[in-house]
Design a protein. Structure first.
Length: 557
């Protein structure tokens, strides 16, 4: 490696083993017998120092100068470089970088334990060296310098007496002091400018860290189902930990706009590429608009025919205007000459889009968690307490006396509301409160049945327990479950007993799923069917939800 370049980090041939910038004093001195686990702790401390300050603890233009620093100089306190570093974390870093091996952490595990204590707000074991100890160490390392300093001090005192007597010499000393002060001021200003740059680098890091924070927030919100009382502490903790992310949107948007102002000009070729789909859609929209105009003219003054056509024409015209605006003045991509800026822009653009979805007032996780929190806090009151307690008492008594249920004693079920028995089957029915919207449904006075509406929640039927024969056999036609084509894995026939269980009376509707999860995964959602020959009428929210996975369904349990 080139020893004259700044920031020596590589190990050369016939050299001490290790990366110079992260070598402990005992390594630098070549004392192999002193090298142990505490030497690794030094390297970890140097790495942690660099992560927190963006600067290595020791830096020099040559290896020899670097080694001299490691042996004889103390690293600058991390808080001098980054004031946001907590004092306990600074103590941990400096303990790991103690030149005295006996004052370092004995093992990396001890260092990890102190970091864990710091992260959980427990008192850390690390304590920085006191001022007296620092002074003693400095004197021990610099005996010659100390002696020289003492001699210089004596000489200085002698000179001070002479200067006091000689006015001219005093004036020159004043000038030197002023010059020294100016130099110190300049040095301080340089350090402050460097600190500002470091803080800017840390703020850039914080922006990128929001990508991971957002991923963690979304993953955590997805696991907070179903809304039950025991979930309240976790939902409150989620809001406290992740809720503030939504408030960062404007800051990220502003920085994204600033970045985009530095992008290269948007060429016609890029615009054509970015809006190729919209450009292809324009002729189709123009044809559809012309065809609709023609149909309206042919319909004449028949308002029943022209009204939907006029609405369709307005929709096509609005979409056509949107397409023309996009393809002439819109912009979808930003290109940068600097690859670092390109990466920063692309990551930030994705983050802004995801944050907007995260904070969406209708479907975002922030809104969803708030709704689940309200449901978790209200579910017991709405389904078990007050008037519901009377419903459950009556339901429990009916089930006890019912021959169908063979004396079953059903305890009140959190989240369910008794609706009474079905008039035809006599089986008890229950409303799933989390999927319902509005008042508790009443039975029709004439049919005693419940009408299926968009706001109706899932209706569950309590199925009595019993025993049945499961499987098939192909050996004896006279016996039960005979099937001449029975497969081996369907045999033998076994008697299986099931306890009473709940079963949905109807297919789950799109409205019910939307209320439970604030999303509708269905391909054929409300509005589908207009102009599609496969549908006799537009699909509405009472239609079954589709494209639901098994994992999604488990969230309701």
């Amino acid at each position: 490696h080139d020893e004259t370049s700044a920031g020596v980090t590589l190990t050369g041939s016939n050299d001490r083993f290790g990366t110079p910038s992260y070598m402990a004093p005992e390594q630098v001195r070549g004392k192999t017998r002193e090298i142990d686990r505490r030497t690794d702790v030094w390297a970890l401390g140097a790495t942690l120092y660099e992560c927190c300050t963006l600067t290595r603890p020791f830096e020099a233009p040559t290896r020899d100068e670097l080694f001299e620093q490691i042996k004889h100089e103390e690293p600058s306190a991390p808080r001098n470089l980054n004031p946001t570093i907590p004092r306990d974390l600074e103590a941990i870093i400096l303990t790991a970088l103690d030149k005295d091996r006996d004052r370092r952490y004995a093992t990396a595990e001890d260092l990890a334990e102190d970091l864990r204590r710091f992260c959980t707000f427990e008192p850390v074991k690390a304590r920085p060296a006191g001022r007296m100890l620092k002074t003693i160490r400095w004197v021990q390392r610099n005996r010659l310098v100390t002696a020289t300093a003492a001699i210089v001090m004596i000489a200085f005192l002698t000179a001070a007496i002479v200067f006091y007597v000689k006015g001219e010499e005093a004036r020159k000393a004043q000038e030197r002091a002023e010059s020294s002060l100016a130099a110190e001021t300049k040095e301080r200003e340089a350090k402050e400018a460097a600190l500002i740059e470091r803080e800017k680098a840390l703020s850039d890091y914080d922006r990128l860290a929001d990508v991971k924070r957002l991923e963690a927030a979304i993953a955590a919100s997805d696991s907070l189902y179903p809304p039950f009382p025991e979930l309240v502490p976790k939902l409150l903790a989620w809001q406290e930990e992740h809720g503030a992310l939504a408030g960062k949107i404007e800051g990220h948007r502003g920085f994204l706009a600033e970045l985009r102002s530095k992008a290269m000009p948007y060429s016609d070729e890029e615009r054509k590429r970015d809006f190729a789909a919209e450009r292809a859609e324009i002729p189709k929209a123009q044809e559809a608009l012309a065809a609709t105009e023609k149909t309206i003219t042919e319909a004449g003054e028949d308002e029943a025919k022209t009204r939907p056509l006029v609405e369709r024409r307005a929709g096509i015209a609005e979409r056509l205007a949107e397409l023309e605006t996009l393809t002439t003045s819109g912009r979808r991509s930003w290109r940068f000459a600097d690859q670092a800026l390109q990466f920063q822009h692309d990551v930030l653009a994705d983050l802004v889009n995801e944050l907007e979805a995260f904070a969406d007032a209708e479907t975002g996780p922030v809104k969803s968690v708030a709704k689940r929190l309200a449901q978790s806090q209200a579910i017991a009151k709405e389904t078990l307490e007050n008037a519901m307690a009377g419903r459950w008492a009556a339901c429990r008594e009916r089930i006890r006396k019912s021959e169908e249920y063979s004396g079953l004693d059903l305890a009140p079920q959190l989240g369910l509301i008794p609706l009474g028995p079905d008039p035809e089957s006599g089986l008890e029915e229950f409303l799933h409160w989390l999927t319902h919207d509005g008042a508790i449904p009443a039975r029709d006075p004439e049919t005693n049945k419940i009408t299926v509406t968009e706001d109706l929640g899932v209706v569950l039927v309590l199925i009595p327990g019993g025993t049945f024969l499961m499987g098939s056999q192909k050996d004896d036609p006279a016996n039960s479950n005979y099937d001449p084509e029975s497969y081996t894995n369907e045999q033998p026939v076994n008697a299986v007993t099931l306890a009473p269980y709940f079963l949905s009376k109807y297919e789950m509707t799109q409205a019910q799923w939307l209320r439970a999860f604030q999303t509708n995964p269905s391909q054929h959602d409300p509005g589908t069917g207009r102009g599609d020959s496969r549908f006799k009428a537009p699909v509405d929210a009472r239609h079954p939800v589709e494209r639901v996975s098994w994992d999604d369904a488990q969230l309701l349990l």
